[in-house]
Design a protein around this ligand. Structure first.
Ligand SMILES: Cc1ncc(COP(=O)(O)O)c(C=O)c1O
Length: 386
């Protein structure tokens, strides 16, 4: 068997390895507090579940158009209008099986040997993996430069050259929980005017998981960029619907025919009843989201307080998402050693910063979208081994 070289250049997400290890340890009778996963402990909103069941009962069992049913694309367009006052034609919206395929497609469209793609490090591992797959050169920008893990626009702009095809942004940011404010995005958007051939992929999948009554400075509020802007979003995080595999992308008009072809050549269309559940999630009451965010806010404070109480651990307050990304250098361990010690001696699972790139060697990622009991117990156990 001779596998194509590009396949060997693909990376993965370490979270799946840790997931397998925690399951194995649990099987051996060593219960683990798992703070490694990238999803919350909330169930999806009931009105979304009911709408998907109804769609099945009503006979919505066939294929749909590759870009999604028009009702779902219109619902996304309305939501964008209501939330961000931006007008996006439903024909520019593509419903996807999750948020991930939008990054897979965008990176595939612009990556090839000789091209450069700029991405955040630490960052969602699939950015770098997909860039390497295409043969393009992966150019990281360091997200640990600022203490609050916000973006540094001057540094990002300084990496752009004539080979750069695509710039990837992620706000709020996984794995750091960093949030970049509008004044910073303004500087970035202004600087991007000097590079009219550069395409921007803005991953805004955590756009509704922002604390302290702040609102995302979505790139959708910069219409000057529309001809070269791809926005990734979806239902996974906002509505606790990770397993439904539902996402949407906003694309420049010029790229829609190519997205269409990619859909036809891969998944044909998104699960039909799920698209009806997706509409209900967007159009239904937001108590579920508000309740979840109230809980996340309590948990955020609890975990940051707990981490700061540990000897040698420093932690900034996450502005968005459900991740805390403390620095553990002063414990005498780096992120990987700390992760190993916590898993094997304290029975607490997390992810080392190195799973997200090469810069965050002294950090670890905790998911705080779990019960307050779990968080308190995890801190207690780590405190003991330290
Ligand atoms: C930054 C970021 N982008 C995209 C995704 C993918 O989301 P989905 O599960 O909808 O594919 C994730 C999931 O963890 C993420 O953290």
């Amino acid at each position: 068997m001779k596998i194509a070289k590009a396949v060997n250049r693909l990376g993965t997400e370490a979270v799946y390895n840790i997931f397998a290890k925690t399951k194995q340890l649990a099987k051996e009778g060593k219960p683990i507090i798992d703070l490694s996963l990238g999803q919350s402990d909330f169930k999806s909103p009931k009105h979304a579940v009911d709408a998907a069941i109804k769609a099945l009962k009503d006979g919505h069992h066939g294929y749909t158009l590759p870009n999604g049913i028009i009702e779902c694309r219109e619902a996304v367009s309305r939501k964008i209008k209501n939330l961000y006052r931006a007008t996006i034609d439903p024909e520019r919206i593509v419903i996807m099986p999750g948020g991930k395929p939008t990054m897979h497609y965008a990176i595939s469209f612009f990556g090839e040997a000789g091209a450069e793609i700029i991405y955040p490090d630490p960052g969602f591992p699939i950015y770098e993996s997909m860039i390497n797959f295409t043969g393009a050169k992966a150019i990281p920008y360091n997200m640990t430069d600022n203490k609050d893990f916000s973006m540094n626009p001057d540094k990002i702009l300084s990496l752009i050259n004539e080979k750069t095809r695509l710039l990837i942004l992620n706000n709020p940011h996984n794995p750091t929980g960093g949030f970049t404010e509008k004044n910073v995005i303004d500087i970035l958007a202004k600087g991007l005017k000097n590079f009219p051939n550069l395409v921007i992929l803005s991953d805004e999948v955590y756009d509704r998981l922002i604390f302290d009554k702040k609102e995302i400075p979505t790139l959708l509020n910069y219409p000057d960029l529309y001809e070269r802007l791809i926005v990734l979003n979806g239902w996974s995080k906002t509505y606790a619907m990770t397993g439904w595999r539902l996402g949407w992308g906003v694309w420049p008009e010029k790229l829609i025919e190519h997205v269409f072809k990619f859909c036809v050549n891969s998944h044909s269309c998104v699960n039909t009843p799920a698209q009806y559940g997706a509409i209900a999630a967007l159009e239904g009451p937001e108590d579920h989201l508000n309740n979840m965010m109230n809980e996340f806010n309590k948990r955020r404070k609890l975990i940051v307080e707990g981490l700061r109480s540990l000897k040698g651990v420093e932690c900034s307050m996450p502005g968005g998402s459900f991740f805390a990304f403390p620095n553990v250098k002063k414990t005498g361990m780096d992120g990987e050693e700390f992760t190993k010690a916590c898993l094997e001696k304290a029975g607490v699972a997390m992810i080392p910063g190195t799973a997200f790139g090469k810069f965050a060697t002294d950090n670890v990622r905790f998911n705080f979208a779990t019960s307050t009991e779990n968080i308190s117990k995890a801190i207690e156990k780590i405190d003991k081994i330290l």
